[in-house]
Design a protein around this ligand. Sequence first.
Ligand code: ADP
Length: 205
Amino acid sequence: MQDNNKNVYPVTFKAIQREEKEKLINQKARVIWMTGLSGSGKTTLAKHLDKALYNRGFLSQILDGDNIRSGINNNLSFTNEDRMENIRRIAEVSTLFLNCGIITINSFISPTEEIRNMAMGIIGRENVIEVFINAPLNICEQRDVKGLYARARRGEIKDFTGIDAPFEIPLDADVEVRTDIQTVEESVQQILDHVFPLIQLGIKN
Ligand code: ADP
């Protein structure tokens, strides 16, 4: 009889820890979680932030609808249950990056306290920098970057956040930017001011 266990060896050495990987790339990992209405500026600020971090020698990865909903979560809809599952998987993916020492910039509407708390529970609140990207609904609707508000108003999209699904203001955000009265540069700077001390190695926090 063939011995199937012949080539199975127990792994006894300790896996390389997050701190060691952080040291390797000279940064502390965090999840920068951006929450806000559609059109509030999450994608815009995520891209600028990613570039600003890169320019200063930090390694980050944007997680957003473009790379998550089209890939790992392409089997999920926008029902409550699927929105929860969407965010749960995003939180788990963020944790993998975190343990690799990499900063993620998560750009998701994540409209309710329940959904954000679930994400924080998985990632660990101490690892998350919650950023409220705030612009009033009427401004987001005027911008209507993707034409989604017009479609929601016509009833072509149901359960659209801000129209016929709630957006709960985050009560515990670490940073709030007001994209209706700030320039993109001002908003990015405000976020960077908060983030820098937390991602620099050698700074106690
Ligand atoms: P979201 O990802 O939240 O749906 P987007 O970033 O796609 O939002 O769209 C936001 C729109 O608002 C963009 O057209 C952007 O140029 C504009 N905008 C104006 N001022 C700001 C600001 N301070 N921060 C971010 N976006 C801004």
